[in-house]
Design a protein around this ligand. Structure first.
Ligand code: GDP
Length: 610
């Protein structure tokens, strides 16, 4: 192929900052910099990148060209400029202006608990919630909606119920600063540990006051004084020593000192003078969001200002809808919710994204239009994003050879997870694996099962699909097999991370595929005293083998998974039974089998790597 010469054009570029949308094509970029599309294409060819005039460019390509022509370019996400306009239409600024007047009232503080793993964050949150559920309250059973409220001396305190700085920083990365006070949990027997320091950094970066909970003081080896001096070295000097950091000794396990901690949180809240205007349209942040089979998209929201009401036209990121129901953390239906109240909301058109802002729009039409616009830009962004990852990205199994060849590699991934919280967690953990020689590019991140569309995107972008707590449906599985797309599903984050890490050092664990080895139909159930139920079956396919893994299907749905404990032909124990024969399958753990159920045995077989 002829390589046209690239001679830098001499024409001056426009002065000042030039905004270029991510994923723009040479045809779009050229004119903005007083160049032609051909100039851009020729330059990139000289750099070894074959692109066409109408192809989306990566950030790096755009920046390279900008530097070459001496232009000051700022890359904007598609829709970033337009978002300013959308915020105006929603009247977000007017809402915030409102908050300066005398209508503001005191509001509950919003607390995030952070600290090192195993220092007792979860225990503390559970204890606070359990100890403070008002007995006899409607519903009574607390719901996990991403945050909860407790009462202390007639004052409310809101706790974000995902502890740790990962969720906190993921929210902040999306522009949400919902937390007013951080409770830093340090185990008195373990002292300041790496994640204590990380948490400290995050809290400081956010400029949020810190209250220290020195936990596990019930332990014999507890040494609160040591914790205090360790923290004092990091500029958190306890009040007792003349500093200004409140430190409370607690035992989450034995419910000691918790009341004192709550009291201190109220004190800090007073110092901070936390206020909000309860009047007018509500605005706040999405804490969590998921799709509920019966109820549709469910979003947990934290109201930051105004009052959210049933019937309000709500926009949360690219989702919108009329609020159909508001439910609090005790499962109680509310008509409205004021500042600092965490609630679950039904009625949105779509699953919102944790960390996104929500706001009640002036009317339905505006709400829908804004959401539609945002969705449009997200689509544009994801298309240009995937175009960008397509060039040069590669699959998990190939990544090591590339690294070994001394070249930097980009691993393209599509991440699907069950809920937004886990999606954020998986993303954050994956990002931490990035090194100089391996970069990650997310072709898509989404909530829900792995679909055909994900496979298509994976084909287009040469991506590996990572599923967390989700499975591919049949269409997706078939297409993936046909197109050679790798789908890896996990239920434990650390397994997922371990795998990706291994891939990066060329030791990716073998992939397994499930092979169905036998199928039997349940014809009759016998109950045998002291032994339990025996299913009289007819083997319709393959071979049923004792000890093999098994799942029971009723109308195509898995109702139980386990192993076959006993297998009989007439009265004799046998090792296997072939298709066309009857047999008795003993069920020790599962007694609920019915006539017509299908028993399927399967094996995990290793898929050889090429
Ligand atoms: P997290 O990782 O920070 O959320 O820690 P967890 O809340 O899961 O607690 C880790 C372990 O420490 C659990 O086994 C808890 O039961 C235990 N634990 C938490 N608080 C206390 C405490 O005050 N005293 C004692 N002895 N154990 C505690």
């Amino acid at each position: 192929m002829d390589m046209p010469e690239y001679t830098p054009a001499e024409a001056p570029v426009p002065e000042g900052e030039i905004v270029i949308e991510r994923g723009s094509t040479p045809q779009e970029i050229g004119p903005k910099l007083n160049r032609t599309a051909a100039d851009v294409v020729r330059f990139l060819m000289a750099e070894g990148e074959m692109v066409t005039a109408t192809q989306s460019l990566t950030d790096e390509m755009i920046e390279l060209f900008a530097v070459d022509v001496g232009a000051e370019v700022r890359l904007a996400d598609p829709g970033e400029e337009e978002e300013v306009e959308l915020q105006k239409r929603l009247g977000v600024e007017d809402l915030e202006d409102d908050d300066d007047d005398e209508d503001v009232i005191e509001r509950p503080p919003v607390i995030t608990v952070m600290g090192h793993v195993d220092h007792g964050k979860t225990k503390l949150l559970d204890q606070i919630r359990n100890a403070n559920v008002v007995a006899g309250e409607a519903g009574g059973i607390t719901q996990h909606i991403g945050a909860y409220q407790v009462e202390k001396d007639g004052r409310l305190i809101t706790f974000i119920d995902t502890p740790g700085h990962e969720a906190f920083s993921a929210m902040r990365a999306r522009g949400a600063d919902a937390t007013d006070i951080v409770v830093l949990v340090v185990a008195a027997d373990d002292g300041v540990m790496p994640q204590t320091l990380e948490a400290l950094d995050h809290a400081k970066a956010a400029g949020v006051p810190i209250v220290v909970a020195i936990n596990k003081i019930d332990r014999e080896s507890a040494d609160p004084q040591r914790v205090m001096s360790q923290l004092a070295e990091r500029d958190l000097v306890p009040e007792a020593w003349g500093g200004d950091t409140i430190m409370v000794e607690v035992s989450a396990l034995q419910n000691l000192g918790i009341d004192d901690l709550l009291e201190q949180l109220v004190v800090v809240a007073d110092i901070e003078e936390l206020t909000a205007n309860p009047g007018g349209r509500a605005k706040g942040v999405v804490l969590e969001s998921h799709l509920d089979v019966g109820r549709g998209p469910v979003a947990s929201l934290l109201v930051e200002r105004g009052t959210l009401k049933v019937g309000d036209p709500l926009v949360a990121g690219a989702a919108w809808g009329r609020v159909r129901a508001i439910i609090d953390d005790k499962g109680k239906q509310l008509k409205e919710a004021g500042p600092s109240t965490p609630v679950e909301v039904l009625g949105l058109s779509d699953v919102a994204v944790a960390g996104d802002d929500f706001v009640v729009a002036p009317d339905d039409k505006t709400a829908r239009q804004v959401a539609d616009q945002r969705e449009h830009y997200q689509r544009v962004a994801s298309i240009s994003g995937s175009a960008a990852v397509a060039s040069g990205g590669m699959k998990l199994e190939d990544i090591f050879s590339q690294i070994q060849a001394g070249e930097a590699a980009t691993l393209n991934v599509i991440v699907k997870a069950d809920v937004n919280g886990s999606l954020e967690a998986v993303t954050e953990s994956l990002k931490k694996l990035e090194r100089d020689e391996v970069k990650l590019a997310f072709a898509r991140r989404g909530v829900g099962g792995v679909t055909k569309d994900d496979i298509q995107l994976a084909v287009a972008t040469n991506a590996t699909i990572i599923g967390f707590n989700v499975r591919p449906d049949r269409l997706a599985r078939e297409l993936a097999a046909q197109e050679g797309v790798e789908i890896r599903t996990y239920e434990i984050i650390y397994k997922l991370i371990e795998d990706i890490e291994s891939a990066m050092v060329g030791m990716l664990a073998p992939e397994f595929e499930e092979v169905v080895t036998g199928e039997a139909e349940v014809r009759e159930i016998f109950r045998v005293p002291r032994i339990g139920a025996i299913a009289g079956c007819y083997v319709t396919n393959g071979t049923i083998t004792r000890g093999s893994k098994v799942r029971f299907l009723r109308e195509g749905t898995i109702i139980w998974k386990g192993a076959i404990n006993s297998l009989k032909r007439f009265k004799d124990d046998v090792r296997e039974v072939q298709a066309g024969y009857e047999c008795g399958i003993g069920l020790t753990d599962f007694q609920d089998l019915k006539q017509g159920d299908i028993i399927e045995t399967y094996e995990d077989r290793e898929i050889p790597r090429s």
